[in-house]
Design a protein around this ligand. Structure first.
Ligand SMILES: Nc1ncnc2c1ncn2[C@@H]1O[C@H](COP(=O)(O)OP(=O)(O)O)[C@@H](O)[C@H]1O
Ligand SMILES: [Mg+2]
Length: 304
């Protein structure tokens, strides 16, 4: 990444200001979450390095979604700490982590079906700065320049995602894949430092999944935003994520390159031992006869 790229890119974000590249952008330490008698997250510790697309995989019930809910402030943790950009964020509410630059896709309200694509994007900063928009009722001369800047940012974001030809289309008329792109665009409007994506490929056709993956990759490369992705589709994980963190029974089982993770026997056991989905997907082979190949993981898509 050259500095001219940085300067020219309208939606480029810092990955964390003065944070050196060797410092994690997100540090989870000894995190515990109990739901009544169920321990969903069990002394989980993991780091996410800035500028990575980190994959989070694991069998159903491993605690992946709960971990996202804890990081983004949707759930109160039972114990442990979460540090983002060097600051403790455990105990923060969802809107506070949002303002800190950590955006989970559903922290942004779902798209408004009968607003245009452009309007949907323009609403995000308004949501973020609700009071200021409110204040502009009383100081109307301020709203025009602010709105123009937001519109410019929205148009640039649509161009970036190759959605600009759809800017006047109602969101309701978009395909599943285009809606995912719109969601990514709406996320970018919040100018996050880090994005948490929960199964971006779920409900998206294989062809559009490739486009979506390419856009996620380009978003990381050109904006510097750190991305943490929960994904069941191993084809997506293998080609998009590095490193990959494997969660099992509420804690980190291992971390490595996609290749390392796919070769790891413990990972295979975690998948096979839990739900039986992987062995079902492997057809007539028994668990032990089956190599940890792509198909096996790829079919472990219960959430999709
Ligand atoms: N809101 C909740 N109330 C009670 N139990 C929950 C809740 N959310 C998740 N769990 C339980 O926590 C465990 C982990 O779930 P989850 O985080 O959804 O796993 P994953 O996303 O990896 O499939 C499961 O046993 C699940 O039943
Ligand atoms: Mg989940």
């Amino acid at each position: 990444m050259t500095s001219s790229q940085i300067d020219n890119n309208p939606i480029r974000q810092s990955t964390g200001g003065q944070t050196a590249d060797s410092q994690p952008i997100l540090e989870v330490r000894d995190l515990v979450k109990d739901f009544g008698g169920v321990r969903a997250v069990d002394h989980c510790s993991l780091d996410v390095m800035p500028g990575t697309i980190t994959g989070l995989i694991g069998p159903n019930g491993a605690g992946k979604t709960t971990l996202f809910n804890l990081i983004s402030g949707f759930h109160k943790l039972t114990a442990g700490t979460i540090t983002f950009l060097g600051k403790r964020i455990d105990g923060m509410e969802a809107h506070e982590t949002f303002h800190a630059g950590l955006v989970r896709t559903f922290q942004i309200p779902r798209e408004f079906k009968y607003m245009t694509v452009l309007e949907n994007l323009m609403l995000v900063p308004a949501n973020q700065e609700g009071e200021r928009i409110w204040a502009s009722w009383f100081t109307p001369w301020r709203i025009a320049p602010q709105e123009r800047a937001i519109e410019r940012q929205a148009l640039e974001t649509l161009e970036f995602l190759n959605l600009d030809h759809l800017k006047d289309e109602y969101a309701a008329n978009l395909s599943g894949g285009q809606k995912k792109l719109l969601e990514l665009g709406r996320t970018l409007m919040a100018k996050p430092k880090m994005i948490l994506l929960d199964e971006p490929s779920a409900g998206v056709s294989p062809a559009l999944t490739d486009l979506l993956m390419e856009d996620i990759r380009r978003t990381q490369e050109e904006t510097g935003i750190t991305i943490l992705i929960i994904e069941h589709n191993m084809r997506v994980v293998m080609s998009l994520c590095d490193p990959v963190i494997v969660l099992s029974e509420g804690r980190k089982l291992m971390e490595g390159t996609p290749e390392e993770v796919q070769r790891d026997e413990e990972v295979l056991r975690a998948y096979l031992g839990f739900s039986g989905e992987a062995s079902a997907a492997a057809g007539e082979n028994t668990a032990h006869e089956t190599a940890p190949n792509e198909a096996e993981f790829g079919e472990t898509k219960a959430g999709a």
